[in-house]
Design a protein around this ligand. Structure first.
Ligand code: NAP
Ligand code: ZN
Length: 350
């Protein structure tokens, strides 16, 4: 067993504490990664605070992982020591079901194995990227192109792929009107990616506070959802709406902003149910959908797309001692636009 330094929470509302965790000995198809940067996703908070169900403590969150391969198992073929790599929200899946065979491991019919708060094939409780090292099967590791710094690459492993996948699935490109609800970690990536794909992009944010940033990062229009006129003005406008909001909102108000045959896809994952009225759907053959991260092949495609188009998140790099504070700012919608932990600041803890 290899020991790694980490930051863990020990209870639902507990603060982060230093921890030493164990990573399994390298299996033939495993790689050992020295983590350099780990992004902070709102899902880390939902999970650690038990909002999506019970979890075990101590818990080390983190599923936006970027680092360097420092050791490979005897049968590893895709990676070698020194490679720049990433790991996202899942570290394993059955590999045999229809969805896995189609490269959509996130929809594995047996359930994919989450990077943290899951039980893996060895019976161990998985612990995530707020740590110095991780051991992952090579099939769940992706390559980070040289054009992307490891710090900005980290958030692409969740915020990037979670927005890229639905934009691709619903055919976003020139001539399409896309709205992004919520301008946080996922939201700002959705704006950058949809803009790079050639769509006309509108941000729907609670206020106009971040308007300048939105327009600078690729939005063509920016509206406040606190202003009722926004909903009158934009009725029937969009081909696709990507809802990234982490809380319950009145989804029906947004549904009427879709064109006939338009789709509202929810990637935001609030714990409470959303109440959907069927009439806005029926009257214009609209769809209400969901989407989870993306498969490994698509994650690699997204990283290559970002490298080619110069797309990267806006990040604020923090030390390991600032995670609690960063979480509070995420909860207050005061994130600009992704916190990334500099994992080298964890090393002295041992
Ligand atoms: P985030 O950075 O906190 O962004 C969420 C944004 O939603 C906020 O910046 C804010 O934008 C808006 N918002 C927050 N509370 C709101 C409220 N009460 N009413 C209206 N708007 C509100 O979070 P994130 O990391 O992007 O994650 C967003 C959600 O996606 C989370 O629920 C997360 O668990 C989920 N997620 C899902 C997947 C998936 O596979 N489907 C993957 C990753 C994350 P404004 O200030 O602009 O209004
Ligand atoms: Zn995430």
């Amino acid at each position: 067993m290899l020991k790694a330094n980490a930051r863990a929470v020990y209870s639902k509302n507990g603060s982060f504490e230093s921890a030493v965790i164990e990573r399994r000995d390298l299996q033939p198809d495993d790689v050992l990664i020295e983590i350099q940067y780990a992004g902070i996703c709102h899902s880390d908070i939902h999970t650690a605070r038990g909002e999506w169900g019970e979890v075990q403590y101590p818990l080390v969150p983190g599923h936006e992982i970027a680092g360097i391969v420092v050791e490979v198992g005897s049968q590893v073929t895709k990676f070698k020591v020194g490679d720049r790599v990433g790991v996202g929200c899942m570290v394993d899946s059955c590999g045999e079901c229809e969805n896995c065979r189609n490269g959509e491991e996130q929809y594995c019919l047996q359930g994919n194995i989450g990077t943290y708060a899951s039980v893996d094939r060895y019976g161990q409780y998985t612990q995530g990227g707020y740590s110095t090292h991780i051991v992952v099967r090579e099939d769940f590791v992706v390559r980070i192109p040289d054009a992307l710094g490891l710090d900005v690459a980290a958030p692409l492993l969740c915020a990037g792929i979670t927005t890229y996948s639905p934009l691709r699935h619903w055919g976003v490109g020139p001539g399409k009107r896309v709205a992004v609800v919520g301008f946080g970690g996922l939201g700002h990536m959705a704006v950058k990616l949809a803009h790079a794909m050639g769509a006309e992009v509108t941000v729907l944010s609670q206020s106009l506070k971040k308007r300048e940033d939105g327009l600078r990062l690729g939005a063509d229009h920016y509206y406040a959802t606190s202003d009722p006129e926004t909903f009158q003005k934009l009725a029937g406008t969009f081909d696709l709406i990507v809802n990234t909001v982490s809380a319950k909102i009145d989804i029906n108000a947004y549904m009427s902003l879709l064109k006939t045959d338009g789709t509202l896809v929810n990637v935001g994952a609030p714990p409470e149910p959303l109440a959907v009225h069927v009439f806005p759907l029926i009257l214009h053959r609209r769809s209400f959908a969901g989407s989870a991260i993306g498969g490994i092949r698509e994650t690699q495609e997204m990283l290559d797309f970002c490298a080619e188009h110069g797309v990267a998140p806006e990040i604020e790099v923090i030390s390991a001692d600032q995670i609690d504070e960063a979480w509070e700012r995420v909860l207050a919608s005061d994130v600009r636009y992704r916190f990334v932990i500099d994992v080298s600041t964890m090393k002295q803890a041992q």
